[in-house]
Each structure stands twice: as C-alpha cells, then as structure tokens.
Ligand binder design. Sequence first.
Ligand code: 2U9
Length: 367
Amino acid sequence: MASELDVAARRTLDEIAATTTLDALEALRVALLGKQGSISGLLKTLGKMTPEERTIEGPKIHALRESVTAALAERKIALESAALEARLAAETIDLTLPAPDAPRGSVHPIAQVMDELAEVFADLGFAVATGPEIEDDWHNFTALNMPESHPARAMHDTFYFPDRNEAGREMLLRTHTSPVQIRAMIAQGAPLRIIAPGRVYRSDSDATHTPMFHQIEGLVIDKGIHLGHLKWTLETFLKAFFERDDVVLRLRPSYFPFTEPSVEVDVGYTLINGKRVIGGSGDASGGGWMEVLGSGMVNRKVIAAGGLDPDEWQGFAFGTGVDRLAMLKYGMDDLRAFFDGDARWLSHYGFAALDVPTLSGGVGTPA
Ligand code: 2U9
C-alpha cells in the first residue's frame, strides 16, 4: 500500500510538471483535488480505516495532498510567466497611434449641474453635506415638523420598507434631502452653512415626475439671520448658475411645514424662438415667471429638533430640483430622457470629462 502510494505520488508530480498549458493544469487540479478527484477520494478512505491504519496512512495521504497542492501552484506560476513572456514577445505597441477621433463617454448633465452647484455655493461659503438614502421616519418627517398625523406625509408618496429598524422607527427611501441637514445640525451644531445635493424618491411617475429625482437643498444657521439674507443668497446663486446678471426674482408667500414664514421663488423668463430662457423681468420682457425654488426661515421646531436653541439660532433654508435646473439651463424638454441611458441623447447633452466647472473658467457651456 505504502509503495503503491509513493509510485502514484511520483507519477502525479511528473504529470503536473509535464503540463504545457494553464487549461490542462486546471483540468489536472480538478482531477486530483476536486470533489470527485483522486486525492479527495484517498482522503475519504481514511474514514473506513482502523485507527492503527489511519495513524500510518493519514500523514502520508495528507503529505501527498500538500506536495501536490504546492506542485500545482509552482507550475501555475511558471506557466503564467511563460504566457506573459510569449505575449511580450509577440505583441507590440504603436507609439505613433493618434488619440481617438471622438471622445468616448460623457459626463451626465445631472452630474455636471451638481458640480456646477457645488462650485457656485462653495464660493458663498457652503460645504457639501451627504447622508443615507435609506432613512428613518424621524429624520425624514418628524424632525421636519411633520408628525405622524401630518397631511404633508401623505403628500410625499413615500416608498416604505416592510420592517422597522432596531429603534422601532419606520424605514423609507428619503423623500427629500432635508434629513441630511437634520443630521448635520445634530452632528456639527451651529453656525452652519451647507448644501445637500442627492437622490430622492417618491412613488410618482408621469411626464414631469420620475420615482427617483435629484434635489439640492441649502441650510444656513447663524445668529440674526433674516429673509434679506435668504433673498440675497438665492439671487446671487441664480445669477452665477445661469450666468446672467438680469435674473429677476419674485418671492411669493407659501407654506412648508419646515419653514415659517415660507416663500416660493419665481424667476423671470424671456421667450426666445418660443423657448423659455431665464432672464429678463417676467411679463415686462414678453415672457413670464416660473417657479424655481421653495424656501423660508427654518421653523423654530426644526431648529430645536436639530438640537439647537431657537432663541439663540435662526436660519434659512431652500430646496429645488436639480433635474429641472439642468433642463432650464441646457434646454432639454423631457425629464424621462434623463434616465433612459440613450447613447445619442448622452452624446448630445453630455459634457466632456475635462469640462470641469470652475468660477474662474465659468460654470456654463464652453464657448
Ligand atoms: C432643514 C430645514 C428646512 C428645505 C426646503 C423647500 C423649501 C422646497 C422643494 C422644491 C422643489 C422640493 O424638489 S422639490 O420638489 N423644496 O420647496 N425645501 S425649504 O428646508 C429645510 C431643509 C432642512 C433642516
């Protein structure tokens, strides 16, 4: 038995050393060590042996498996380096090849606009904050002055998860990026100046709504903040983003649970070849007004939910849809095309990888 095993071992190691391709080596590995392999079979015979036999045969069979495993690994390295040497000898690189005629791939307009927004707001002293897309109902609703019975909760068409978290809170896909700012207030305290861009989800789908869309919200918390700060900030942002000095704002009173008072912001547009172009003073320029932002002074209850004293700290907040901003700036008319992944649409509306928005170089389309 012992010598039989020795002979078989010698033969096996010779066989491994004689393989000439990686495929053949892999086939041999399976035949030896695979589930149905011969060495695996030998290992199984150990179970049927007497304890005395096993004391003698066990170490030999295990030693065989180890030497075969080592021989396979060694042969694999040798064959791989031989294959690489063969490729290096056979292949050449033509160093005179020109760059491809057309760029391949492009930056999606949403990604581009997100970068533009981060750039514009960085110049105003805002940091970018991010947070989880899977949220609990406290951060998404309760902390924003939307308790369980609040009608605004029903209006959000929320996607809920079937199970609650460890704290017993309902779990959901965030319906806005506001919970990011609640988390930032709790984690960083005041003063605070942040924007929260990202994906949000609502169970809503038609020509102007997709179940996932992109929002950007902003939050400023400091002492003595008032609506004047809000108006100046939004006007400065819109002028920089649309790269026009004639952006005119119209503030209308509104209602949001998380802000009090709340204002909706319209901007004037002008009709150029039947298309609405931002700029000009609304009706006076033969155009009109369109709503672009929601905003307001942060509700005292929301400041308190963020762990701050509303007698000491005030703030303003605003929110808008990134997809809509992209459409207004770059002239797309169908929201759904944003998420179709159509290569022709992307090559038309996409941006070159090197067209990085900067304030010095401009945040708009290159000339
Ligand atoms: C905190 C406090 C207040 C963010 C705000 C809006 C108004 C708003 C909508 C615009 C279009 C959402 O994408 S949209 O449907 N948003 O009108 N958002 S104020 O207010 C906050 C956020 C966080 C802590």
